[in-house]
Design a protein around this ligand. Structure first.
Ligand code: IPM
Ligand code: MG
Length: 359
């Protein structure tokens, strides 16, 4: 029976509503399995800018470093659109990933059978299920490279730089090969090696690593081809490993294949068990505070936390099974409801999931 300390960043927009439901799910897990979860709420993103003038206060970094894991809702919104680039709410997320050393981002895109009609891809292509894992490098590449303004051929220009070291590629590559070992032993590495030097190094290191995982077949795909294959025949893609920026794009593409961006959880991990868990979607300011948001991605992120950081497999499955059962029973939030189906609110969906949690 464990005692777990969690730093909680509810964030902006729909963040507070969805995280509140996820915390209640953890409390229920605690009651059912005899664990205690202690929550320390802290500020980051727009809420932190409003309260302290800074998007990522030192206090928040310290609280996260002191916790066993971090739960995050979402950051950002139009209110902070005019804040300078290096102080935007999104910078808080990048700062957290960087300062907590969370270089590997796991984004599973699963189609629940009950929702297969929500996918825009034809049923004969999807079949009755789909299970893709995107392994995204999270603390390098163009997100963290040198940037600024300079004088160029056409006058003042802005620039961002993509760069990757062997060390960065090797450690994310290992995560991906391990993930492929646990799945169908097939890994798709996505790059732009026909143009980018950093991609050529990426391909070289991923190829070298293959020697340590002889059972895994690795396939290198150019990013434009991978983008096509993902909609043409998503079943051939089981585990994708790619750079920070391509991973950002692919996760959203994959989420649309599953039918809704409101369903996809994520785990951001470093060398140890510590991790940060958040839905892949954003803060959806247009529906914030209206009890309309889908809490499932955040609730499923809690299952990932229980599994990856705390090694609590039964507890993780308990949540995942409850979500599947709720969907099978026909309950939906607005984003996943088909025509004629009634949609539950955020709180009611959270409540339904908790009702269906059984040991
Ligand atoms: C994500 C988000 C972030 C990213 C933004 C909010 C900085 O889109 O987690 O995918 O680009 O990484
Ligand atoms: Mg994104």
């Amino acid at each position: 029976m464990g005692n777990y300390n969690l730093a909680v960043i509810k964030g902006d927009g729909i963040g507070p509503e969805i995280v509140t439901e996820a915390m209640k799910v953890l409390e229920k897990i605690g009651t059912m399995f005899g664990h205690t979860f202690a929550f320390t709420e802290c500020l980051a993103g727009g809420a932190a800018i409003d309260a302290t003038g800074q998007c990522l206060p030192e206090e928040t970094i310290a609280a996260c470093k002191g916790a066993d894991a971090v739960i995050l809702g979402a950051v950002g919104g139009p209110k902070w659109d005019n804040v300078p680039g290096n102080q935007r709410p999104e910078r808080a997320l990048l700062g957290l990933r960087d300062q907590l050393g969370l270089f590997s981002n796991l984004r599973p895109a699963i189609i629940h059978q009950a929702l297969s009609a929500a996918s825009p891809i034809k049923a004969e292509i999807i079949g009755d299920s789909l299970d893709i894992l995107i392994v995204r490098e999270l603390t390098g590449g163009i997100y963290f490279g040198d940037r600024g303004y300079r004088e160029g051929k056409y006058g003042t220009e802005a620039y961002d730089t993509e760069s990757y070291s062997e060390t960065e590629i090797r450690r994310i590559g290992k995560t991906a090969y391990e993930a492929a070992m646990a799945r169908k032993k097939h890994l798709v590495s996505v790059d732009k090696a026909n143009v980018l030097e950093s991609s050529r190094l990426w391909r070289k290191i991923i190829t070298e690593l293959a020697a340590d995982y002889p059972e895994v077949t690795v396939e290198h795909m150019y990013v434009y081809n991978a983008a096509m294959q993902l909609v043409r025949n998503p079943k051939q893609v089981v585990v994708i490993v790619t750079s920070n920026m391509f991973g950002d794009i692919f996760a959203d593409e994959a989420s649309q294949i599953t039918g809704s961006i409101g369903m996809l959880p994520s785990a951001s991990l470093g060398e140890g068990a510590f991790g940060m868990y958040e839905p892949i979607h954003g803060s959806a300011p247009d529906i914030a505070g209206q009890n309309k948001a889908n809490p499932i991605a955040t609730i499923l992120s809690m299952a990932m936390m229980l599994r990856y950081t705390f090694g609590l497999e039964a507890e993780a499955s308990c949540i995942e099974q409850a979500v599947t059962n709720v969907l099978n029973a026909g309950f939906r939030t607005a984003d996943i409801a088909s025509e004629g189906e009634t949609a539950l609110g955020t709180k009611e969906m959270g409540e339904k999931i908790r009702e269906k949690m059984v040991k």
